[in-house]
Design a protein around this ligand. Structure first.
Ligand SMILES: Cc1ncc(COP(=O)(O)O)c(C=O)c1O
Length: 381
């Protein structure tokens, strides 16, 4: 198999359209039809909700980068997660999920009991408790590989070992690591779901999602649901993501380097109570060969007001809710991604009101450190 960067650039693009070197946008909702297309569940030249050549190229490229056999492109990360849940969870079923997941996913999980689906939670510090939560109606075990925002790593192999006697699918949200740093399908996950909005597109100009699979039957169920729900992504977004992903490897190298330098700088500052960045310490075995841990660094200041002053004293790190683009961003998660959680729920998942999430972009590291140095000085004045 060719290397990661070669596949990022050329993967899925083997067949050229009108001799174009890169895949053009098929900005069309509709295609000329025939009997073969009427009979096909996934023609790429029939109707764009079902398939589209620009989307097909991206799906094949990402499936290869995720170490999967196939994958489905969605309108957003949440579109992907919602579609996966509804592909496998019916009234009377249950889902086992780690307590610590992204706020948008928490909101979705809150809806499931109204649909007759039970949500059973476990603490990542106690993988042993998973076994007691499983039964014949457990259809999905759901975790994030690296947790938003405080960057705890889930031991995917330990979770897989605990559920090996169950038929439940292991679904891993790997948004915070990207396939460059880690590929959950290689460690026992059945589905790797990611918000393409983050590293994979990388330029903060698209909202999209993707799920990678290693079993074509599982993929087929999710694809059918995507077509029914209309959670498909758009051709123009697929074109942009296909362009963005070509530089994923080089961008991740810089994100990894910059964030590690930022974490090392912050950890010695007396104004900073705690820094979380996996590159600073011991990691579970499945992460030992990761080239790095991405651009996000989480740290805690004494209270929310200090955290807000820090955020607003930065100038290169811009105050914004997302992450993982080429430009550096800063947010206070208790005000944004986790605003839906009560104070007690925040404490339960280890997020402090004074917590700050930095997303180190790919600017020059000396400029990022200067920005942080200045903001720390300003926020404690
Ligand atoms: C870990 C994680 N998963 C999923 C999502 C949802 O992705 P999207 O915003 O593309 O719907 C996000 C968004 O921030 C996220 O951080």
């Amino acid at each position: 198999m060719k290397g990661f960067n070669t596949r990022s650039i050329h993967g899925g693009e083997e067949e050229k359209v009108k001799d174009a070197v890169t895949m053009p946008i098929f900005q069309t909702s509709n295609f000329l039809a025939d009997d073969a297309k009427y009979a096909s569940e996934r023609s790429e030249t029939f109707y764009t909700r079902v398939g589209n050549p620009t989307i097909g190229v991206l799906e094949r490229k990402l499936a290869s980068l995720f170490a999967g056999t196939g994958g489905v492109f969605f309108s957003s990360g949440m579109g992907a997660i919602t579609t996966i849940f509804h592909s496998f969870l019916k009234h009377g079923d249950n889902i086992v999920v780690s307590k610590n997941v992204y706020g948008g996913t928490q909101n979705l999980l809150r809806e499931l009991p109204d649909e007759g689906v039970e949500v059973r939670r476990f603490d990542q510090s106690d993988y042993g408790s998973i076994t007691g939560l499983l039964d014949g109606r457990t259809k999905i075990v759901y975790v994030e590989s690296m947790v938003n925002p405080n960057l705890i790593l889930t031991d995917i192999e330990a979770v897989k070992a605990k559920i090996s006697s169950s038929d439940a699918l292991l679904v891993v949200d790997n948004t915070f690591l990207s396939p460059y740093n880690f590929r959950p399908l290689e460690f026992g996950a059945d589905i790797d779901v990611q918000s393409l909005t983050k590293y994979i597109n990388g330029h903060s100009d698209v909202v999209a999602g993707f799920a990678g699979f290693k079993d074509p039957e599982v993929e087929s169920k999710v694809r059918r649901k995507m077509v029914q729900f209309g959670t498909n992504g758009a051709p123009f977004d697929a074109f942009l993501v296909n362009r963005g992903v070509k530089t994923l490897g080089p961008r991740m190298e810089i994100h990894n380097r910059n964030a590690l330098a930022v974490a090392n700088y912050l950890k010695d500052k007396p104004e900073v109570l705690r820094v979380s960045y996996p590159g600073l310490g011991h990691v579970p075995a499945c992460y030992e060969n990761c080239p790095g841990f991405g651009g996000v660094v989480y740290f805690e200041m004494r209270d929310r007001e200090t955290a807000k002053r820090f955020m607003r004293s930065c100038s290169i790190f811009q105050e914004a809710t997302s992450l993982a683009g080429v430009e550096s961003l800063v947010t206070v998660p208790s005000l944004t991604s986790h605003a839906s959680l009560k104070e007690s729920e925040l404490a339960e998942v280890g997020i402090s009101p004074g917590g700050v999430r930095l997303s180190a972009g790919i600017e020059d590291i000396q400029d990022l450190i200067e920005d942080i140095k200045w903001a720390i000085k300003e926020c404690v004045r």
